[in-house]
Design a protein around this ligand. Structure first.
Ligand code: ZN
Length: 244
């Protein structure tokens, strides 16, 4: 292989390291975002729980009010019971009084249930609050750790970028553009090594997409210093060190 292809091979190895370092930086920043989301999810759940408590309280207040007016009703019924003039009237008022009392006791039970719900929800809120505090603390630790790591990775990237620039310096512009374009398409993998299958006659495939490559292409690569791209995936084809 000629010097251009050798240069591209060198550039590819630097490109791989550059991408790996950038991926590490992205990952370490993502950890912070994941933890931030964790805290936010808990905070939203807490807000929802508080709202639930508010609604239950409104419901319970409404029932209390109803109970109060029914108690007044009972007092009135008791009074009319005393002033009943006939047995029939007495019996009718007594029935009404008993029904109202029974209804009231149902409402009292309902109120008690709601109070129990509120208490349970408040206990849950307290627990959630605690969890939020814990997760917030963890977030701060992750943030600190990530900042330190990011600084290290940024420096690493800077250094590799210098190497990249150095490696790219002697590659003709047009080839460099092709390299960059294909690298963008294949997550950094611009070059593909030609693989050789032994048989009666040797056959060749692209190491990137595994489609066939003609023997002419291989011959050209052996004799000339030019770029040949896989007709299928467009990666830049290079020979493996044993083929040179
Ligand atoms: Zn290919």
């Amino acid at each position: 292989m000629g010097s251009v292809l050798q240069g591209l091979t060198k550039l590819q190895s630097v490109e791989n390291r550059l991408r790996a370092a950038k991926a590490k930086l992205t990952r370490c920043r993502r950890n912070v975002i994941i933890q931030e989301n964790q805290v936010r999810t808990l905070q939203n759940a807490l807000e929802a729980k508080k709202e639930e408590i508010q609604l239950t309280t409104i419901q319970s207040d409404r029932l209390e009010l109803e109970l109060k007016s029914r108690d007044e009703q009972i007092a009135k019924l008791r009074a009319s019971l005393n002033s009943a003039k006939t047995n029939k009237e007495y019996a009718a008022v007594l029935t009404q009084l008993n029904t109202t009392k029974a209804d009231n006791s149902k409402i009292e039970t309902q109120i008690l249930e709601l109070m129990k719900d509120i208490e349970a929800d408040q206990a849950e809120c307290l627990q959630m609050q605690q969890q939020i505090e814990e997760q917030k603390q963890k977030l701060e630790e992750i943030r600190k750790e990530s900042e330190q790591l990011a600084e290290k990775y940024e420096k690493e990237i800077e250094e590799i970028q210098l190497e990249w620039d150095q490696a790219a310096k002697d590659i003709p512009g047009e080839f460099l553009e092709t390299f960059k374009r294909v690298a963008e398409t294949y997550d950094g993998e611009a070059l593909a090594v030609i693989e050789q299958q032994e048989g009666k006659t040797a056959t060749y495939t692209c190491g990137g997409c595994f489609m066939g490559v003609t023997a002419e292409s291989v011959n050209l690569l052996m004799t000339r210093d030019e770029i040949i791209r896989c007709p299928n995936c467009t990666r830049i084809l290079v020979l493996s060190s044993s083929q040179e």
